[in-house]
Design a protein around this ligand. Sequence first.
Ligand SMILES: [Zn+2]
Length: 157
Amino acid sequence: MSRKSGLGHEALLKRKAEEKLESYRRKIHMKNQAEETAAEQFRLRFKHKHDEVKLEGDLRRSQRACQQLDTQKNIQFPREAWYWLGLEKETEEEEEEEKEPDEDEYKSEDLSVLEKLQILTGYLREEHLYCIWCGTAYEDKEDLSSNCPGPTSADHD
Ligand SMILES: [Zn+2]
């Protein structure tokens, strides 16, 4: 009887030890997973941040090109204030001074950098046959479509 119970006790101890080990393994596994997730999130954030910086740079280049090309065409005012560099801020300040916010007025702040970039590069292609990634103003639409790989940054990789 005592031997039997002794074995039972041993088995119980063994099972408890195994359970402990198993729970320890699970904890380590979860910890590793959490660390992996954090590292992945960091990578994504960094990539996103990196993309944003690149988009902002592309947008500024587009604005500069737009201002230059519009001016060459004797266009005195941009289609939208933010199409040109630096103009947007002045307009905002004026609006603040007047303190009469026009609700119908187009608010460029509602647009993301990517949206602005898409709109502006589209305008540059339509109006000026210009591609900021090629850095080229094309002769005509055919010239543009046959020599420029496409309307996005990725097309130029
Ligand atoms: Zn191009």
